[in-house]
Design a protein around this ligand. Structure first.
Ligand code: F6P
Length: 344
């Protein structure tokens, strides 16, 4: 009987998960393993839900958004008894190893299972937020920023026609990568990211200047930017099972638009791209990156490198300790903040 590898995808979905599953299954079968899919992230392991997964099933999923395995934001360490269920089901399903594909939350759980319970776990980094350490990029980011860039360019068209200021709110959670890349790539006039509190005098001045010159302007904001005027109490914010503030109701785009209109007297509209940027076919970059990190995960299992994650370092795919990736978030760094100063 071939040894079994379970594959799960957890946290917010993103384009690239399917190519990563495909890469992992192709390599695992080549090395003589059999794969099973654990459905809906850690919830599937808690409940012992597995589906067969083989090369024929994954052959044509490389261009499909989402994840064929389903996902959830379940944290087994949050509810008593769930860790034990995961360990029992790992045995019941007769798994030799588990490949967990996810961001800091999913991989944080993987890290704990390996460290505290010596489970044979390997990680694959994914997140449209690009906020994972120890890897240069995560798949999902390129596709979601490409969608956001196209949305921003559409807003320039309508903003220019109506002589309005347009504000686009993008996802990205507590890292500003999505907003910054979207703003640069779409020639936006201003960008707001969580790493830098919005300077209210500066944004008003810049929008007035830009508007005087071309009679429209585009602002890109992260969902997690901070506007002093917002008067929001952190304590009031709802959190998920991993303790993250749920940002969807903050309405940063609307708030910034309202602020700009009030301060400048210029008609301003806001748009939120939301989950549209989480779906759709992965770009070429994401298909290739996802395939490579998926293949590497199977290699790490074959080599007994548990507690490791496949990562992009330079242009090489390599194994790095899971702990390095999940310790702290990768937020917009000093060199990118300097570039931001030049461009906005
Ligand atoms: O982490 C990915 C992400 O899309 C974040 O950018 C966003 O804040 C969050 O997920 C939204 O989560 P949900 O799909 O649970 O609303």
């Amino acid at each position: 009987m071939p040894k079994k590898i379970g594959i799960l995808t957890g946290g917010g979905d993103c384009p690239g998960l399917n190519p990563a599953i495909r890469g992992c299954v192709y390599a695992a079968e080549k090395f003589g393993y059999q794969c099973v899919g654990i459905t809906d992230g850690w919830k599937g392991l808690v409940e012992g839900l597995a589906v067969p997964l083989n090369k024929e099933q994954v052959e044509y999923i490389i261009g499909k958004g989402g994840t064929i395995l389903g996902t959830s934001r379940t944290n087994p360490f949050k509810k008593e008894g769930n860790v034990k269920s995961c360990l029992d089901n790992f045995k019941k399903l007769d798994l030799h190893a588990l490949v967990a594909m996810g961001g800091e939350d999913t991989l944080g759980v993987a890290t704990r299972f390996h460290k505290e319970y010596k489970l044979n776990v390997v990680g694959v980094p994914k997140t449209m937020d690009n906020d994972l350490n120890a890897t240069d990029y995560t798949f999902g980011f390129d596709t979601s920023v490409t969608s956001a860039m196209e949305a921003a360019e559409s807003l320039i068209d309508t903003g220019r026609s109506h002589h309005r200021v347009m504000v686009l709110e993008v996802m990205g959670r507590h890292a500003g990568w999505v907003a910054l890349f979207t703003a640069i790539a779409s020639s936006a006039d201003y960008v707001c990211i969580p790493e830098k509190k919005i300077n209210t005098a500066d944004i008003v001045l810049k929008i007035k200047e830009v508007y005087a010159r071309k009679h429209f302007a585009l602002v890109v904001t992260s969902e997690a930017s901070e506007l002093e005027e917002a008067g929001e109490s952190a304590a009031m914010r709802e959190v998920d099972q991993f303790g993250h503030v749920i940002l969807r109701d903050r309405g940063m785009g609307e708030r910034i638009a309202g602020f700009i209109e009030k301060q400048t007297g210029i008609e301003t509209r806001a748009a939120v791209i939301g989950h549209i940027q989480r779906g759709g076919a992965p770009t070429l970059f994401d298909r290739m990156l996802a395939t490579r990190v998926g293949v590497k995960a199977a290699e790490l299992v074959r080599d007994g490198q548990f507690g490791m994650m496949s990562a992009l370092v330079g242009n090489k795919i390599t194994g790095v300790p899971l702990e390095q990736a999940t310790g702290e978030l990768k937020t917009v760094s000093k060199d990118w903040l300097e570039l931001m100063e030049v461009l906005f």
